[in-house]
Design a protein. Structure first.
Length: 202
């Protein structure tokens, strides 16, 4: 994780370093990612980087956890907005994702995270972040979902529903990328959610 020196920077300066790192990960293959390019883009001295992070591995771990934390916070806000209804929250999130303008940002973000994942594997920093997605799911389910809306009694059941919806969303996003229209894919995802909400039996 970042050193105290980095944490004492203003939010603006922290974000500048983070954005520079993401830009470098998106620009080149993993093997060509350079600390030199990151510090130049962020307009900081190379020595400053090592005052902020122990190593490239340390930076990778921080970016992964920051990215997942950001996803968690945004999704929690959507669930709250939809009165604890996770299905409605997923539908709203999916509809935003397939918006053409937002899809470009999603593709760029996905490319960055693919690089980060490979760097994570290369530098062996999985232990510190491997449990974070599970922690995120638990936090969302426990603190934001209105469990009274569902015939579910355990956290494990709620987590299963969460992952089912994620799988449906990914499948429909792939169909959208492969040529299905915005209207078709919105309708398809809503249909999938309705199967989950109301069941498939008569």
């Amino acid at each position: 994780m970042p050193k105290e020196t980095f944490l004492k920077l203003s939010k603006e300066k922290q974000q500048k370093v983070i954005n520079s790192a993401k830009k470098e990960f998106a620009r080149v293959p993993i093997e060509n990612v350079s600390i030199k390019n990151i510090v130049e883009e962020a307009d900081i001295a190379r020595g400053s980087f090592y005052q902020y992070f122990e190593s490239k591995e340390d930076l990778v771990e921080f970016l992964i956890k920051s990215h997942l934390k950001n996803i968690e916070e945004r999704f929690c806000l959507l669930i709250d907005k939809n009165d604890g209804d996770i299905l409605a929250a997923f539908e709203e999130m999916f509809n935003k994702i397939i918006d053409k303008q937002k899809m470009e940002g999603v593709n760029k973000e996905r490319k960055v995270m693919e690089h980060i994942k490979k760097l994570q594997e290369k530098y062996g920093c999985q232990s510190a972040v491997k449990d974070f997605p599970k922690e995120m799911t638990n936090t969302v389910l426990l603190n934001h979902i209105d469990k009274s809306k569902y015939r579910i009694t355990t956290l494990e059941e709620l987590a299963s529903v969460y992952h089912i919806i994620m799988s449906m969303m990914i499948k429909n996003a792939i169909d959208f990328k492969n040529g299905d229209s915005k209207e078709e894919i919105k309708k398809a995802f809503k249909r999938d959610l309705d199967y989950l909400r109301y069941g498939v039996m008569k």
